[in-house]
Design a protein. Structure first.
Length: 259
């Protein structure tokens, strides 16, 4: 029998053998998604005395150092420590659960008078209403349209990529959505004079910080994955930082008939 997952008075089943990985891999070189002028990911072979950490170069094992900038290289998850001066506010301390009911919606950002492309609250609400199951999720997964494959390798720095309007962040807070995942570099404008309005709104910072709430950026949801309800597993490293490279995985949920 398939395992079950209860949520909001309903019981759902899912297939643990059918994961949908919506993360982008970290690899070396320029042919990888990048934003906010981060240096490319780099893997360095460790050399100590006569030891070389490469089997290809004659070593007994592969032993490498990884250079990565979580906010700028690939899929990453962040907590409110991203905008807090407190070094004790880390993702590893804030994220204590890893399985959530999530809703996937697809929305096209709208052109604004200033030329920006912005994901609007009204469009997300319409995407919610278009789905048959109206369960309020613990997480929202946002796929922007068009869903071009170039998102996998795009270099966003200096391009003023799309972002969300702060009203959407407020809507998520009002509906107790704890985790927001999107295929953009940031919920806010690339250059906004440090206002970070959507970040502050989503985390209710600094008035009442939502410690367990997270934002995951630079995901990629393939076209063949339909909008709807999923079980979300957010996998992170145990770094004591405000953010971590992450691997969000979806499992399609099916509601069991009520008894």
């Amino acid at each position: 029998m398939k395992p079950t997952f209860p949520h909001a008075g309903c019981v759902y089943t899912y297939d643990p053998a059918a994961p949908i990985d919506i993360s982008l891999p970290l690899t070396t070189g320029e042919n990888q998604v990048n934003c906010f002028w981060a240096e490319p990911v780099q893997f360095d072979t460790i050399r100590v005395g006569s030891f070389v950490g490469s089997v290809a170069l004659g070593g007994s094992t592969n032993y490498q150092r990884v250079h990565v900038t979580p906010h700028g290289n690939g899929t990453h998850t962040e907590c409110y420590g991203h905008i807090s001066p407190d070094p004790a506010v880390t993702l590893n301390q804030c994220l204590r659960r890893f399985l959530f009911v999530a809703r996937l919606v697809s929305v096209a950002p709208r052109p604004q008078p200033n030329g920006d492309l912005v994901v609007m609250l009204t469009d997300v609400q319409a995407a919610f209403a278009a789905q048959p199951t109206q369960t309020i999720p613990e997480a929202l997964v946002l796929r922007t349209l068009p869903n071009d494959q170039t998102k996998r390798q795009h270099h966003y720095s200096g391009t003023n990529p799309p972002y969300i309007e702060p009203a959407l962040a407020n809507f998520l807070v009002e509906n107790n959505v704890q985790h927001f995942l999107l295929d953009l570099p940031s919920v806010d404008r690339e250059e906004d004079a440090g206002q970070l309005l959507a970040h502050h709104a989503f985390w209710c910072y600094p008035t009442a910080p939502r410690c367990g709430a997270t934002i995951t950026e630079l995901i990629f949801v393939p076209d063949e994955v339909a909008d709807g309800l999923y079980l979300l597993n957010i996998q992170i490293t145990s770094l004591e930082l405000d953010a971590s490279p992450s691997k969000p995985v979806l499992y399609r949920l099916e509601a069991l008939p009520s008894s």
